[in-house]
Design a protein around this ligand. Sequence first.
Ligand code: PGA
Length: 256
Amino acid sequence: MRQPLIAGNWKMNGTRSSVETLLLSVISGASAISKTEIAVCPSFPFLELGERLLTGTTIKLGAQNICTKEVGAYTGEVSANMLAEFSCQYVICGHSERREYYGETDTIIAEKVSICVKKGMKAILCVGETLSQREQEQTESVIESQLENVIKQLGIDIFNHIDIAYEPVWAIGTGKTATPEQAQNVHGFIRQKIAIHNTVIAEKIRILYGGSMKAENAHDLLSQSDIDGGLIGGASLIANDFLAICHAGDAVASQN
Ligand code: PGA
């Protein structure tokens, strides 16, 4: 039985005071969530605040990015040790916005996953196709190559320390969500691909869905057999919306 994970990707949003308010609201609502693991990923400057407020709660802290290097002259970068020192337990790696706007390749992403895991944190590895790739029926080949590149570079065992997030690029921040069936098809495909390398890991690994998941569609998506949680952007910035998705996770977990 895979415990659902609902992770908020706050992206480059918030101020010191709005992040504090959001954290406090999520903390207070999360006491009613018992079966779903919750994580929030604020921007780097707010990690200290996140650590301070989340200590003693069940909510995990995550980061949105990580440097591939350990230490040294890498202006503007943030290292794995720094993230671990601020109690980060998750790091989002390979988000499509990083792939698209910051030129992150599969090789760089695998390096990020590697250093994150080496320092004891869990990577949330994002994969997903663009609209034109979907239209050209390349969804499976794109995702297969994103996964296989990580496996080739790091080996399958690294997937013991990874949650995968399937995030169709055309659904991110657009209000267009993959239908539960579309999402399930890809999630099933991902699990199958992992199973070719290791059936135990394939059964154990969580595959989150990301792309306009919200309170209204969370239950249907999370009810699919291979959807084990969500990586939530827009809806994670509103505490009640995010908590409603966590409640959907709990409801589905109770049925299983
Ligand atoms: P969204 O973003 O929920 O706003 O579509 C998801 C993500 O980018 O992780």
